[in-house]
Design a protein around this ligand. Structure first.
Ligand code: ADP
Ligand code: MG
Length: 335
């Protein structure tokens, strides 16, 4: 149901009017025995598969600013960042749950745009919205999303499986989102390509599933906090060190174009987060299969480094050929 009266207020619509409005936009799914409208959802897990669960919180002025994004893309991103966690395990996304704390000043039209973005992203992933919670926020807009997925037990890709000598790969390109954010923070306007990567990231579900199904990787993570910070989690849990070659970190044409005129932003591209690409470790013997998969899916998969013994720590070889010992400086909420 779309708002025929765009200016209808939240107080006119009420909590249950709002939930009905959301429910009416959700298509039926065979894996949902009971969806929105009861005390609990009841969903069906494929026989023999594990249930994957992940949750993300998005808080206005911490994770997003409403003057930098529109409600449709905020809805998309709220689903996408969660779906990305399922991709990082190698799983299929199945069901979503949406909790919102809404400032009373939001209009029904704005909530419709948010819902429409959220459901477009959910549908693209083949996941169904099955429930949530809705309440008033006296301050900022709060969004809390839980995603469920499923995977065969032997396919689960954890952070602790990487081995010494494994090659380290990333999908797509790195740094686009962080460059867009840096420009927004300075009051500049990022290029459309960079802005899109920031406001509407694409979860790499098909890629994650293919890597898991073909048993190509030993460990995998999605790049939410930056490649060093996220690789750092794999290294810590796998008890390894690693070396990254900066020149091999894949940049998009738009990022390269930006860096040509703003060379000082190279660090931002390298260390920034929110690309939602997959970073994984794999034995060198899988390199041909990985190249083949990249060609099949038309997603670049680039080797950026190698896993080493823990005693070597995490190092970066700069374009000038110097080796820097790396402190993990990805995003940390409490720093
Ligand atoms: P309860 O009082 O049992 O918590 P609610 O009245 O909060 O139930 O919710 C009624 C139904 O609407 C439930 O199925 C719940 O999961 C669903 N729901 C509530 N808010 C949302 C939302 N924002 N998105 C999707 N489903 C929602
Ligand atoms: Mg409730």
């Amino acid at each position: 149901m779309k708002s025929d009266e765009p200016n209808i207020s939240l107080s006119q619509l009420g909590e249950f009017g709002l939930i009905d409005r959301i429910r009416n936009q959700v298509a039926d799914s065979r894996s949902v025995a009971v969806g929105i409208g009861d005390d609990c959802a009841a969903t069906i897990l494929p026989a023999g598969e594990l249930l994957l669960t992940s949750k993300d919180l998005l808080i206005e002025d911490v994770h997003f600013r409403r003057d930098w994004t529109d409600m449709y893309h905020l809805g998309r991103k709220s689903a996408a960042v969660n779906l990305s966690d399922i991709a990082a395990m190698g799983g299929k996304a199945t069901h979503l749950y949406l909790g919102v704390g809404l400032p009373k000043t939001l209009t029904a039209a704005e909530i419709d745009q948010f819902t429409s973005g959220f459901l477009d992203e959910a549908n693209a992933a083949g996941a169904t919205l099955c429930g949530g919670d809705t309440c008033r926020s006296n301050g900022s807009l709060l969004i809390s999303v839980t995603v469920h997925g499923s995977i065969l037990p032997e396919q689960v890709l954890r952070r602790d499986g990487a081995k010494q000598g494994d090659l380290i790969y990333v999908s797509g390109t790195i740094g686009d989102s962080a460059l867009a954010l840096a420009q927004l923070q300075r009051g500049d306007t990022p290029s459309t390509d960079l802005a899109q990567r920031h406001h509407s990231p694409t979860p790499r579900l098909a890629l994650g599933q293919a890597i898991a199904k073909n048993n190509l990787a030993t460990a995998m993570i999605d790049v939410s906090d930056g490649i060093f910070s996220d690789l750092g989690h794999i290294l810590e849990q796998s008890q390894l060190g690693a070396q990254i070659i900066q020149n091999q970190v894949p940049l998009s044409e738009s990022a390269q174009l930006h860096l040509n005129s703003h060379p000082n932003d190279a660090e931002i591209a390298l260390r920034g987060g929110e690309d939602y690409e997959l970073l994984f470790c794999a034995p060198a013997t899988n390199n041909d299969k990985i190249k083949q998969l990249a060609a099949e899916l038309k997603i670049p998969l680039t080797q950026i480094g190698i896993c080493l013994p823990a005693s070597q720590g995490l190092t970066l070889v700069t374009p000038a050929g110097q080796t820097q010992s790396f402190q993990s400086t990805g995003f940390n909420h409490f720093r």
